[in-house]
Design a binder for this molecule. Sequence first.
Ligand code: COA
Length: 161
Amino acid sequence: MATLLYPGSFDPVTRGHMDIIARAAKLCETLVVAVMHNPDKRGAIDPDERVALLKKACAQMSNVRVIKHGGLLIECAADVGADAVVRGVRPLGDFENEYQMAQINRMLGGVETLLLTTSEDCANISSSIVRQIAAFGGDIENLVPEGMANDVMGALGHLKP
Ligand code: COA
C-alpha cells in the first residue's frame, strides 16, 4: 500500500491512536493522519490544536503526515490519494459502527477500509476518558502519547468536572 489514511476526531490523541499510527505506518509508504469532524461529537479541543498535538506525537515518524480536513471521509481520501483507510477497533462496541462506516465509504467512494485490532494495553483507553480525568486534574500520563501529558493538559485546561 503506498498511502494509507487514518482519520479520526483525535480529541485528544491517545496512546490508543498512537498504537494504530505506529503499526499502520509500517504497512505503507505514507500514512496520512487526518483530524476530521465527527458530527456526533461536540469537540473539546480546537481542531488546529489537535493537529499540533498529533504533529508533536508523530514527529519521529518520518512517513507520517498530519492534516486537517473538514469534508467527508471519501473526499479526504481522494484529496490525499489514499489507497485505503485504516481504523482501529477495540474489543467492545467499536465493530458495528466501523463496519457501517466502512461499507458506506466503499459504496459512496469506492474506498476500502482496513481494520486493525487495538493492542490489549490500549483497549480501555478513549479520548473521552482522557478528557474526564483531565477535567478533574487527574494523571493522564499513561493514557496520552509518551511525554505529552502537559501538552494535552494544556489543551484541555478549560474543562471543568
Ligand atoms: N485504541 C483506543 N481507543 C481508540 C482507538 C484505539 N486504537 N482508536 C480510537 N479510539 C477511541 C478514541 O479515543 C475515541 O474515543 P471517544 O469516543 O471517547 O472520543 C473513539 O475511539 C473514536 O474516536 P476517533 O477514532 O478519534 O474518531 P471518530 O470515531 O470520532 O472519527 C470520523 C470518526 C471523523 C472518521 C467520522 O466521523 C468521519 O468520517 N467524519 C467525516 C464525515 C463523514 O465522512 N461522515 C460519513 C462517514 S460514513
